[in-house]
Write a protein that binds this ligand. Sequence first.
Ligand code: SR1
Ligand code: MG
Length: 401
Amino acid sequence: SRFDTYFQMEEKDIVEYTLLKATSIDWDKDSMKVIIPKEHGNLNYVYRVTDDKGHSIYIKQAGTETRISKDMKPSRDRNRLESEILMLQERFASGMVPYIYFYDTVMCACGMEDCSDFSVMRQAMLEHKIYPHFAEKITDFLIETLLKSSDVVIDHKEKKVIGGKLVSPDLCDITEKLVFMEPYNDLNHRNNVFLPNADFVKKELYEDKALHFEVAKLKFNFMTNAQALIHGDLHTGSIFIKEDGLKVFDPEFGILGPCGYDIGNVIANLIFAYDNGIAYGKKEFTDWILKSVEEVIDLFIEKYNKFYDEWVSEPMAMVEGFKEYYLDGILRDTAGFTGTELHRRTVGMANVTDVTTIEDEKKRLVAERINILAGKEFILKADSFKCGKDYVDTILKCKAL
Ligand code: SR1
Ligand code: MG
């Protein structure tokens, strides 16, 4: 067929492609329609296909260039990685990721469960919607996917096979530069710094040597600590959410990496939602965000302890003290990676709309300074963040500065 050689599909190609590939669905050919979702990520192209008999699917294709920058051309194999990781995560955390109908290594595209009855969480945060069960659900996802893929549970050999199959050097390179280097030196001249904060960023991020030393340690931790199969990009734009549940998607940046990277991404992105809520005076919303920050950490710790006792049988992981030692490391990493995510999304190339859509310049300036200063506390004092309240205290302290 004409889909035997890669090309970047357009809206007009999608019905034919869906019929060819999504064969487990009994499509009503004549009523099939293609809809382009309003929200999209920085890298790929997504289409929603429906028919009048209630069938639907998302078709997601990796382009040769990223949407955010034509200069970035990460391998299109990222679509296979994303699909395979979602299939693995479905095994670890059943029902918490979209179902994959098929993936196609020629067109670098996959067919994914239509989740349009959910909202993309970043958009919902911009509308200041409250989800009381968020912390409960996301900590289920974190515990199930991270601990079940870590050596304390999974067979060591199986984990190494996963690591060999599921790695994208190009996407790791993006993270290593965008998260762990450029926010601290703008070496590639592509940071997006809000002009009224330029001097502040220079002093607090570009010139702080003690900070650079700690970020260097975090970078090498990220690159070498193959602790678990992490999502690798667990921000609110990677979460479909509704009143009573959520599904995590878009794990193309997934690697064997430190658990704290995912947890820290969740916390930092809650803080971006907090920034926006503060700027628009949404007290009920910001109270819920602070409560969620606290609960994500505290529930993670509570569920970790329970899960460890039930699931861990690896003899050396059962040595007295190891459970506490392992958790201590995860918590220290969580604080550090919360800090790097706060920084890179505030001053780096890939900003977040929670902050960039704050219209009042003074309020945006304040929001960015909360992120920068709180981020520094999380990185420089990572050892002291032992419970949810420690995070909330720091956010409130930095807001008051
Ligand atoms: C070039 S891609 C920029 C960012 O978008 C993705 O979602 C990742 O977070 C990446 O760092
Ligand atoms: Mg993404």
